[in-house]
Write a protein that binds this ligand. Structure first.
Ligand SMILES: Nc1ncnc2c1ncn2[C@@H]1O[C@H](COP(=O)(O)OP(=O)(O)O)[C@@H](O)[C@H]1O
Ligand SMILES: [Mg+2]
Length: 188
């Protein structure tokens, strides 16, 4: 099925494409029952037949749906219409943190505020035993009202909740850094 403005997927009517990621396309749509804007993440038909992709898609919906937090995008439902699988979620009116930091010079205090909010969302996820595993500026949205919201629990993993914390002084962990994160060694 070709998805364009006006396409109906169950109760949702597509308005426009707003994003694209590793797993599918994201559209803004109208929920015709509740009369509100929502975001629909659609898994392309060719990927729906791929078991790994389908599992990742369902995992994303379940992980995020298990969480109810102001800094995590809300999941409304996971559905299928005429062979098209989709996740209906809260529409976030804003831009990704990546777009924002590439567009203007955001003051450090503001960036820290966003990251504190993201940390609160992650703490909530961690207390529910869910680890995001793909946190990056593309997966954080900043709303027009200036709040951060975490997206994309597609790579999330369920772990034992409340694992004992190992004091950082007892372990030395060397993690590979993703290319978008550049950290300079301190001068001392
Ligand atoms: N709920 C949403 N509201 C508004 N835009 C969204 C929403 N979810 C995703 N997007 C847009 O779509 C892009 C891809 O979404 P994401 O969930 O990261 O999918 P993927 O798994 O494909 O990377 C995001 O970077 C963002 O621009
Ligand atoms: Mg993403």
């Amino acid at each position: 099925m070709t998805i364009t403005a006006g396409t109906k997927l169950g109760r949702y009517e597509i308005r426009a494409k707003i994003g694209e990621g590793g797993m599918g396309e994201v559209y803004v749509a109208q929920d015709t029952k509740l009369d509100r804007k929502i975001a629909l993440k659609v898994l392309p038909a060719d990927l729906a037949s791929n078991r790994d992709r389908m599992e990742r898609f369902v995992r994303e919906a379940k992980s995020a749906a298990a969480l109810n937090h102001p800094h995590i995008a809300h999941i409304y439902e996971i559905g299928e219409s005429e062979g098209v699988n989709f996740i209906a979620m809260e529409y976030i009116d804003g831009e990704t943190l990546r777009e924002k930091i590439h567009r203007d010079k955001t003051p450090l205090s503001k960036l820290l505020k966003y990251l504190m909010q993201v940390a609160e969302g992650l703490a909530k996820a961690h207390s529910a035993g869910i680890v995001h595993r793909d946190l990056k500026p593309d997966n954080i949205m900043i709303t027009r009202d200036d709040y951060a919201k975490i997206l994309d629990f597609g790579l999330a993993k369920l772990v034992e909740p409340q694992m004992p914390l190992i004091p950082a002084t007892l372990v030395q962990v060397k993690l590979p850094l993703p290319s978008w994160l550049s950290i300079r060694s301190p001068a001392w």
